[in-house]
Write a protein that binds this ligand. Structure first.
Ligand code: ZN
Length: 140
């Protein structure tokens, strides 16, 4: 049997472009629910934001990723979208709006240097993150 638990978190971003580390919040959710073996799906229901997993030991890594994004997808180009935030839509699609992390022995199976980042590409805004925890039945 598979148990499904769904949670929502609200976050307020402060910058136009920003990576917000949500790793600890997600770890706490897994611990609270006591999920031992399963899957954590992190989903961002927005068109100008995303979620990614990368190094959170050295904060300069996320800064480098963000500055490369800004260089690769300029804010001002010959876009047709009248809202004027096409770059944010492009980055949301490139990075993607969900990540799946296995849970083993009650812990997210993140690598030693990995953290989970909410990626803001058109802030500051109030954002939602949907977290679905799937727990597998106990082995007999
Ligand atoms: Zn738009």
């Amino acid at each position: 049997m598979v148990m499904v638990m769904m949670k929502e978190m609200t976050l307020h971003t402060a910058e136009h472009f920003e990576f917000v580390d949500i790793t600890e919040h997600l770890r706490k959710l897994v611990h609270q629910d006591g999920v031992q073996e399963g899957i954590c799906v992190v989903y961002v229901p927005h068109t100008t934001a995303a979620v990614t997993i990368n190094e959170n030991a050295d904060p300069s890594v996320k800064d480098d990723i963000l500055s490369k994004f800004i260089e690769l997808v300029p804010w001002k180009e010959n876009y047709t979208h009248v809202e004027g935030n096409s770059a944010a839509h492009v980055l949301s699609t490139i990075v993607g709006v969900s990540e799946t992390i296995p849970i083993h022995n009650g812990e997210l199976m993140l690598g030693r240097w990995q953290g989970i980042y909410f990626c803001e590409f058109d802030g500051p805004r109030t954002r939602q993150v949907v977290i679905t925890l799937l727990e597998g039945g106990k082995q007999h």
